[in-house]
Design a protein around this ligand. Structure first.
Ligand code: A3P
Length: 308
């Protein structure tokens, strides 16, 4: 692995006080640990036909989609008081391809738990996933809110103040495409093009749509991944219960998500739950920044019809 990493282009993020180095591999950037996990997955992972991939660029709503999908697929096993989402961080409940490959292999062997999450770009998914008919759910979000969310997440994970980590520099790097799993536009485009080729295979969800209308989007999600809600379930309030359990208000106020950490030295759970507000970018962007990123994204995504 070291041999592979040694020859890759590298970038050290000066706005993070040089504490983060990114490597460019197969046209995307990643931190060492996740890249190593991604390469290992490419080399060894064998998809099961029943796998359901939850794919996302960081900070676009991964935690939310994972919670909803977990609650949907386990709803016969747990009720609202016994669901593991109430006592564990969702990233512990749904394995992450770049980090939890052994857990996923165990799930393949010992259970029929189908969910796997990843930040890998479409073209870099393991060959066995690309060749399979596994369902893929892709969530995306307003670019400016992603930039702000990513900025605070990384800054806080490294315990840097806003003075120490200038937002303008984080913004500039993002616009150059340099951030983990970036460039953002390429990440979206990869999944988007694949969804045009095989629309039955990839569901696109938008964070803002999920916020505006959680019920119909949760139903779309359940239907798509093969766990549709019955009319009786709808009447009994199962959809609403799942939405409420997975809401930002509920999850962010759970003790495990307020004070927990997965393991010593790991990122604090609370950092996955910041504000969950649409348009928080307005508190950080100058007019010039807004113009620059809007123009860039319009150019990059032109012809897709996607509005970010
Ligand atoms: P903000 O930083 O804007 O608050 P990811 O899960 O991909 O890491 O994205 C994190 C973003 O999703 C954060 O956005 C976080 O607050 C928000 N988020 C986390 N859980 C959520 C939930 N249950 N519902 C809505 N948004 C959620």
């Amino acid at each position: 692995m070291e041999e592979i990493l040694k020859i890759l282009p590298q970038h050290t993020c000066s706005w993070l006080k040089d504490k983060v180095t990114l490597y460019k591999y197969q046209d995307f950037w990643a931190v060492k640990q996740l890249l190593e996990g991604g390469i290992l997955a490419q080399q060894t992972f064998r998809a099961a036909p029943s796998d359901i991939f939850l794919c996302s660029f960081p900070k676009t709503g991964t935690t939310w989609v994972k919670s909803l999908a977990f609650a949907i697929v386990t709803r016969e096993k747990y009720d609202e008081s016994t669901n593991p989402l109430l006592t564990s961080l969702v990233h512990e409940c749904v394995p992450f391809l770049e980090r939890d490959i052994e857990k996923i292999d165990d799930n393949h062997k010992n259970s029929n738990f189908p969910l796997v999450a990843t930040h890998l770009p479409y073209a870099s998914l393991p060959e066995s996933v690309l060749a399979s008919n596994c369902k893929i759910v892709y969530i995306y979000r307003n670019t400016k809110d992603v930039i702000v969310s990513l900025y605070h997440f990384l800054r806080e994970a490294l315990k840097l103040s806003m003075e120490d980590a200038p937002f303008e520099d984080a913004f500039d790097e993002f616009c150059q495409g340099i951030c983990s799993s970036g460039p953002y536009w390429d990440h979206i485009l990869g999944y988007w093009k694949a969804s045009l080729e095989r629309p039955e295979r990839i569901l696109f969800l938008k964070y803002e749509d999920l916020k505006r209308d959680p019920a119909s989007n949760a139903k779309r999600l359940a239907e798509f991944i093969g766990y549709p809600f019955s009319l009786d379930e709808e009447k009994a309030g199962v959809v609403d219960n799942i939405i409420n359990m997975c809401s930002f208000e509920n999850l962010s106020n759970l003790e495990v998500n307020k004070t927990g950490t997965r393991k010593p030295g790991a990122i604090e759970n609370r950092l996955y739950f910041r504000k969950a507000k649409d348009g928080d970018w307005k508190n950080y962007f100058t007019d010039e920044m807004k113009e620059k990123i809007d123009k860039l994204m319009d150019e990059k995504l032109s012809g897709t019809g996607l509005v970010l």
